[in-house]
Design a protein around this ligand. Structure first.
Ligand SMILES: Cc1ncc(COP(=O)(O)O)c(C=O)c1O
Length: 452
């Protein structure tokens, strides 16, 4: 079948499966009516919204979640890549229960928080660390630190990367092709209304996997640039791996120009390897940002790195927050990192991840659909483009119609996935081979339905 014929088939499947999904989820529909009276889009965060309404979740246990209609799913959504420990893991539950019994909040640092700081420093090879409540706060604080240390204002980011929802990084996150500018000089395009017009002057954008483009910007404006913030593996447009030598060259260029290199490991930290992407690729940045999986499912973020930079906090760079290092979050994070996400756990996650990615790739190869699967430990994805992606502009070539068919198809077959085409699956330590085989079976049937 031609790609066009497959796309036409995908359109039919998307329509049929979306109708089936509505029939299966009337209680979500009703909760949406209620929720949208009091919350825009009826959700707590716009990333949770979906058309015509989102699936509302009642509970989770192990690798499973149940929606408010009592439909059961194997969870590959993983709370946007947070739940590498799986749901209600006994070790995390025990730690949180114990912490709750001895006081949920003091705004004074507890020993658990100190122990978690030690574990983060050990795991991610940081001299020092500070806590936040989210990935957004972590990147915001790291950027302020870099600006304070360098006494420069301009932030450099990668086209197509998401680093949270503060103004400095809300540029060129998912820009449409008509506003991205030329390949040589990508435009800084705001993602939101409400960002001061002047902010655009403070955030420059470069393409991923293109050290020469970075070198040109740094030669031109290096003296104004405080930091480069980047995901070492792009994880908000499917998964884009760094090409061999790219991360090393980026580090050298930043060092040459006195630009602080910040890794945003909010998604990759504690998922793609015990020590995150910096361990997996062997390149250590100046500062790193964490959230999601490091909190074991609690609201926790952190940033840390070189002692001389972190020391800026004692000499004039502000960092504060009532809930930073909160004992409940710290207990969940410490249990997750020291008792659940052990070295053995990563071997297990790698094994399951490879089974899943290889199973999906087999279905793609057997049916010839324009897609490829990526295997990155407990993270992975199918992107609807034949060749692997190297940057954001490749992502724009993915076939969105195939995604629109695959999402309701998978959900209707008991596979819970994130609603956006830019996300990827997350496997937890509580997933089994049966769970990943269920995903493979549903995906294989989809490929056959698209081409049969
Ligand atoms: C790479 C990356 N950085 C930062 C963030 C922001 O984290 P949070 O949603 O915890 O503020 C996200 C969230 O998805 C992310 O994927």
């Amino acid at each position: 079948m031609t790609d066009d014929a497959i796309t036409a088939r995908a359109r039919e499947i998307a329509e049929r499966e979306a109708a089936t999904l509505l029939e299966r989820t009337p209680a979500s529909g009703r909760l949406y009516e209620r929720a949208s009276n009091v919350m825009p889009y009826g959700v707590a965060s716009s990333f949770q919204a979906n058309d015509p309404y989102p699936i509302y979740v009642r509970r989770g246990e192990g690798s499973r979640v149940w929606d408010v209609d009592d439909n059961q799913y194997v969870d590959f959504h993983g709370g946007f890549g947070t739940m590498a420990v799986g749901h209600a893991h006994p070790k995390v539950v025990e730690a949180v229960e114990r912490a709750a019994r001895t006081g949920t909040h003091f705004a004074a640092t507890t020993e658990t928080t100190v122990a978690l700081a030690e574990e983060l420093c050990r795991r991610f090879r940081l001299d020092q660390v500070r806590f936040t409540n989210s990935g957004t706060e972590a990147t915001m604080e790291a950027i302020r630190l870099a600006r304070g240390a360098t006494e420069r204002d301009v932030v450099l980011k990668i086209e197509g990367s998401y680093h949270g929802h503060h103004d400095a990084v809300m540029f060129s996150v998912v820009p449409n092709s008509d506003v991205i500018g030329g390949r040589e000089a990508p435009a800084s395009t705001p993602l939101s209304k409400g960002i001061p017009a002047d902010a655009v002057k403070q955030t420059l954008v470069v393409p991923f996997n293109d050290a020469e483009a970075l070198a040109r910007v740094l030669d031109d404006r290096g003296a104004e640039i405080a930091c480069l913030i980047m995901e070492p593996i792009m994880m908000n447009i499917g998964i884009v791996l760094p090409q061999p030598g790219y991360l090393e060259r980026v580090k050298d260029l930043c060092a040459k120009h006195g630009v602080v290199l910040i890794y945003d490991e909010v998604k990759s930290g504690a998922t793609v390897a015990p020590g995150g992407a910096s361990e997996r690729f062997g390149v250590q940045p100046d500062l790193s940002c964490f959230a999601k999986a490091v909190g074991g499912g609690a609201a926790l973020g952190a940033f840390g790195g070189r002692a001389d930079l972190m020391n800026e906090i004692t000499t004039g760079v502000a960092h504060m927050g009532t809930f930073n290092g909160n004992p409940l979050s710290a207990a969940a994070g410490l249990a997750a990192l020291t008792e659940v996400l052990t070295d053995d756990a990563y071997e297990y996650l790698d094994k399951l991840g490879t089974i899943l990615a290889e199973g999906c790739q087999r279905a793609i190869d057997d049916t010839g659909i324009a897609a490829h699967a990526v295997d990155l430990g407990c993270k992975g994805c199918v992107s609807y483009r034949r060749e692997p992606l190297t940057n954001y502009r490749d992502f724009l070539e993915c076939n969105v119609t195939l995604f629109e068919a695959s999402w309701p198809w998978m959900v209707n077959r008991g596979v819970f996935m994130t609603p956006g085409d830019e996300e990827q699956w997350t496997i937890s330590v509580q997933h089994s081979e049966t769970d990943v085989n269920l995903y493979i079976a549903a995906f294989t049937e989809l490929c056959q339905a698209l081409t049969g």
